[in-house]
Structures are given as structure tokens and as C-alpha cells.
Design a protein around this ligand. Structure first.
Ligand code: FES
Length: 158
């Protein structure tokens, strides 16, 4: 009789241990596959992860006269040319998307020029001549905000 009770007690402990182990395994499987499924669904249906921007002060409005340009360096070390036109400020990468030469601003024609292969970009940064135009390239642009007599560029946060 006591042997039967001991066996039953041992079987019960064994069953509980099995239930706990199966429970932990099930939680692991659900967590693992659930995470994978979540990332797969995010890939299929982007939830519109919001891109955040912050303003970076680049100088007073009066620091540039119409037609002038100056270099702007972002905290990440990227360089941009800020040019002032009659319509406002343009801030475009000074790196040509063709082969990486430096572009400069031509105020008379209101164009950004790459001297390496005569790539020409309009004031919005769209390539209109040369190899970059043939490849449909453009200069990377930063949006600007003018407020309180100061110019800011919008920098994408990581
Ligand atoms: S590198 Fe600018 S046009 Fe070729």
C-alpha cells in the first residue's frame, strides 16, 4: 500500500515537472515565432515608423546675401552647400552623386556645378546635364526653416 502511494506521488511529481517543462517550451516557441511573425508583418505592412527631424541652427538670415553660398556641416560630418536665392535658401549636398566630386554654386546661372564631368544641377538639386542627368540623379537636399531672423536645417534623427 505504501509502495503504491509512493509510486503515485512520484508519478504526480513527474507529471507536474513535464507540465512545467512543456509550458516553458510552449512559451519559448510562442515568443520566438511571435517575434519573427511580428517582424515579418512589419516588413509586409510598414506601420509608418515616423522619421523624426530636429532643427540645426546654421546662421542668421543676413549672413548670406542673395547669390552667396557657404558650407554647412552636420553633426554627422556631412557637408552641404547653402545657397541664397531670391526665393530663399537651398541646402544641398556638395558631393556629386556621380563619382563623388565636390560641387559648387554658380549664382549667375543658379546652378550647382560638378567640375569633374560637367554635371550640372538646378537650384533644387536635380541633375539637368552631364552623367548625373543621364543617370537621373540629384543632390541630397536638406529642408530649411527661417524663423526669427535665423536659418535652420532639418536633420534626420537616427
Ligand atoms: S563626379 Fe560629378 S559629374 Fe562626375
Amino acid at each position: 500500500m505504501s509502495e503504491t502511494v509512493a509510486e503515485t506521488s512520484s508519478d504526480t511529481r513527474q507529471n507536474r515537472r513535464s507540465i512545467v517543462l512543456w509550458g516553458l517550451a510552449a512559451v519559448g516557441v510562442v515568443a520566438g515565432y511571435g517575434t519573427g511573425l511580428w517582424h515579418f508583418m512589419k516588413y509586409l505592412v510598414p506601420l509608418g515608423d515616423k522619421v523624426r527631424y530636429r532643427e540645426m541652427f546654421v546662421g542668421p538670415v543676413d549672413a548670406l546675401q542673395v547669390g552667396q553660398s557657404r558650407l554647412v556641416r552636420t553633426p554627422a560630418g556631412e557637408t552641404f552647400l547653402m545657397a541664397r536665392t531670391e526665393d530663399g535658401f537651398r541646402v544641398l549636398s556638395d558631393i556629386c552623386p556621380h563619382l563623388g566630386c565636390r560641387v559648387h554654386w554658380e549664382p549667375q546661372t543658379k546652378q550647382f556645378i560638378c567640375p569633374c564631368h560637367m554635371g550640372i544641377f538646378d537650384e533644387e538639386g536635380l541633375a539637368i546635364s552631364g552623367p548625373p542627368a543621364e543617370a537621373g540623379q540629384r543632390l541630397v537636399a536638406l529642408d530649411t526653416v527661417v524663423r526669427g531672423g535665423s536659418v535652420f536645417v532639418l536633420i534626420k534623427e537616427a
